[in-house]
Design a protein. Structure first.
Length: 321
């Protein structure tokens, strides 16, 4: 029998993506008690997409009397009203009042925020940043998202759009990012960028790229950032070079974050961050070279606690008291 989400301190967290919906019951200590995953209908009508979310929630629970629901949804969105504005990977929703619709259906308190903001809050409440007051969280995967938590609250800014750390530029003459700006850290250091850099290096010198070519079954176009991580784990020199180059652009980016926010902890999540964890010491030791802040070296740089379940925990954290 599934646990009753109305039990003391338990809330329902949901992570809505372009292809899947992950839903879980989270207890007062941040433990995900149970969870499921269902397909998302991203290219249908707004109501079909909402129906997919409802089906996922109803599959997990037996009763519709849910007291609190927290939703991680792709942005842009308005966290104050719970309206999903125009996310590129959810074309089904345009100015869609997600929080209001779910509140009507379940007669519950519903909050909606983007995944990085919510994950930052979960890490602060229950995870790697527990006990810290000024938290900067970055998730580095296919792209780069970030969230800021001050005194236990997400910092949204005046319009709800604060925390777009992935689109802080470190090279105004650099490559054009998908956002339209040049030299954003996302276009330079996310998983997609690592894959691009790896393919270019393998093309230039197939002998040096032998380990990556082996993983890609001889197809240069099939080389990915995940393969770079696997090759690095075997000691491959080219993979190590690629990851060190990634560290070389992440460090000055974090310098900007440290000098601007003066956080007391830096938390990294996502698949690329896990791949770069062996280099955290190098990043941390390099910060004083780039920072005005004389105490930059004292700021811990830690790996996120929740990993692939960050969206469920993050959704729950939005509603947990």
């Amino acid at each position: 029998m599934n646990p009753d989400p109305n039990s003391s301190g338990r809330v329902l967290g949901a992570d809505i993506g372009g292809t899947k919906i992950a839903v879980g019951i989270v207890d007062e200590d941040g433990k995900i008690v149970t969870q499921i995953r269902k397909p998302m209908i991203a290219n249908g009508t707004a109501d079909e997409a909402l129906g997919a979310v409802i089906e996922a929630i109803d599959t997990l629970i037996f009763t519709e009397q849910i007291q609190k629901i927290g939703i991680c949804a792709p942005g842009p969105l308005d966290p104050r009203t719970g309206v999903v504005l125009n996310p590129p990977n959810l074309p089904c929703w345009r100015n869609f009042p997600l929080a209001e619709r779910l509140a009507q259906i379940y007669r519950a308190h519903v909050k909606v925020d983007n995944d990085a903001n919510a994950a930052a809050l979960a890490e602060t409440k229950w995870g790697a940043a527990r006990g810290y007051k000024y938290v900067f969280y970055a998730t580095i995967g296919t792209g780069i998202g970030s969230g800021i938590v001050f005194d236990g609250r997400i910092y949204h800014g005046a319009t709800g759009s604060a925390g777009e750390g992935g689109h802080v530029s470190i090279d105004y003459r650099g490559q054009v990012c998908n956002c339209g700006k040049r030299g954003c850290i996302e276009i330079l250091a996310a998983g997609t960028a690592i894959g691009v850099r790896a393919r270019a290096k393998v093309t230039a010198d197939r002998a040096r790229g032998a380990a990556l070519l082996d993983l890609a079954k001889g197809d240069v176009a099939a080389v990915t950032s995940e393969m770079v991580g696997k090759a690095y784990a075997t000691g491959d020199p080219l993979a190590t070079e690629i990851l060190r180059e990634t560290v070389d652009v992440l460090t000055p980016w974090l310098r900007k974050i440290v000098d601007l926010l003066d956080p007391d902890v830096l938390v990294m999540g996502g698949g690329v961050a896990a791949m770069l964890q062996p280099f955290f010491g190098d990043i941390k030791s390099g910060l004083p070279t780039w920072c005005v802040n004389p105490r930059a070296s004292e700021i811990p740089l830690v790996m996120a606690y929740y990993g692939a379940d960050a969206g469920i925990a993050g959704g729950a954290a939005l509603c947990a008291e």
